[in-house]
Write a protein that binds this ligand. Structure first.
Ligand code: FMN
Length: 399
């Protein structure tokens, strides 16, 4: 089965000697039914011509960031949104460095920076360039930004030297892309539920107790899951956030409503409990508005623990149960304790004592604790990127 048929791929060709191999990539992709658009860097055009690319891809080659004609027809943002996937092959040390550092001084780097799609890079360069610490650091950064690396391989180089840095063969690059789309299709059969946001526990008809959870991280996880092909349901406490149409959104207010919505959405293959569910609810909710008085004596009782209920359930428990732990101290100890007590497969923990991350912030830094292996730290970055990395790990785990 050809998983590439009718897929839209944006190929970025940089200025390396391996650029001639990009023509073969285009030929193979075309043969598989891919719709291709190409960006050729200024230096890339020293190695291959727009004419040969257009002839093979049967579509226009984009070269200039500041082109009135392109801006009218398809501007750089639209171009980045158009693609199902971006492939940079060959990826030069220069372009890799630009992407790792957020530089965007030409069309290729601007489109890559503006993209919300998976970006594959196939580096190609001299062995010394590849082994240089700066390139290594840049590649490590790109991995944490969720770029997917293809190659490079070890072998004889065009410059006459031998070592690691050769671009992977076009057929291997195309087969990696095919696998990616196959994953997407397989994931499509998998159902994921995500809980997000705070809950409101009512005191009387006009007052409630809530918490500072914004729901942003949970919403981003639902988006990332959906982007990677999972049939995704988001059960959200009260937030003002928006979610893409392909995520099924169930809005709830109280912990009890979130619990009922979770039960209705099960069975699922994966459940991610990122909501900050109130531990307590009022023992009795006043039916009428409580009048002003000198003091108020409220009685609480324990709320249902949704994560604990689902993770210990014999028949409803998803294959992969991921809990969240927002802590202000002893992060590691609390996360490991929760992992065991709540029978989770993973706990994603973040330190909410730091105002720059966690609650309300668009940025986060989390650690993932597993049952049988060493924890991972996902360093400070936008919550959308943290989610992409979490979902990448989920896919690796499922595979
Ligand atoms: C003949 C020749 C071959 C080159 N091959 C490579 C290469 O394989 N990989 C690489 O990273 N740079 C290579 N370079 C250097 C790049 O062309 C240069 O760094 C350029 O700035 C890259 O621009 P771009 O990343 O915008 O395409 C080569 C340069 C020359 C003159």
């Amino acid at each position: 089965m050809n998983n590439l048929n009718n897929k839209k791929i944006l190929l970025i060709i940089c200025g390396g000697i391996a650029a001639y191999k990009s023509l073969e990539i285009i030929r193979l992709l075309k043969k598989s039914g891919v719709i291709i658009k190409t960006i050729l860097t200024k230096n890339g055009s020293e190695f291959v011509t727009p004419l040969s690319i257009t002839s093979l891809s049967q579509s226009k080659v984009y070269q200039d960031l500041f082109s009135l004609e392109n801006e009218v027809e398809m501007d750089h943002i639209t171009l980045s949104r158009w693609a199902d996937l971006i492939l940079i092959a060959p990826a030069t040390a220069n372009t890799i460095s630009k992407l790792a550092n957020g530089n965007s001084d030409d069309l290729a780097s601007t489109v890559a920076l503006a993209s919300n799609k998976k970006i594959f890079i196939a580096p190609a360069m001299n062995v010394r360039m590849w082994e240089h610490n700066s390139t290594k650091e840049n590649i490590d950064k790109l991995k944490t930004y969720n770029y997917k690396l293809i190659g490079p391989e070890t072998g004889d180089m065009a410059c006459g030297e031998y070592g690691e840095g050769k671009m992977s063969e076009p057929k291997d690059i195309v087969s990696e892309l095919e696998n990616y789309f196959k994953d997407l299709k397989n994931n499509n059969k998998l159902k994921a539920i995500v809980t997000a946001g705070p809950t409101n526990e009512y005191i009387d008809p006009v007052r409630f107790i809530t918490n500072r959870s914004s729901g942003k991280q949970g919403y981003e996880i639902a988006k990332s899951l959906s982007k990677r092909g999972f049939d995704t349901t988001l059960i959200s406490g009260p937030t003002n956030l928006k979610i893409d149409n392909d995520v099924k959104l169930i809005k709830v207010e109280t912990a009890e409503e979130m619990f009922q919505a979770t039960l209705k959405s099960l069975p699922a293959d994966i459940a991610i409990f990122s909501a900050a569910v109130s531990d307590f609810k009022l023992k009795e909710i006043s039916k009428t508005k409580i009048k002003s008085q000198d003091s108020l004596n409220l009685k609480f009782e324990k709320n249902i623990d949704i994560l604990n209920y689902v993770s210990h359930h014999n028949s409803l428990r998803p294959k992969l149960v991921i809990g969240f732990a927002a802590e202000t101290n002893n992060l590691k100890d609390y996360a490991n304790k929760k992992l065991i007590e709540k029978n989770c497969d993973w706990i994603i923990a973040n330190d909410v004592s730091n105002k720059k991350i966690g609650f309300y912030s668009d940025f986060n830094e989390v650690s993932i604790f597993y049952k049988n292996k060493k924890s991972n730290k996902l360093t400070y970055k936008h919550k959308s990127k943290i989610s992409d990395e979490i979902v990448e790990k989920i896919i690796d785990h499922l595979n």
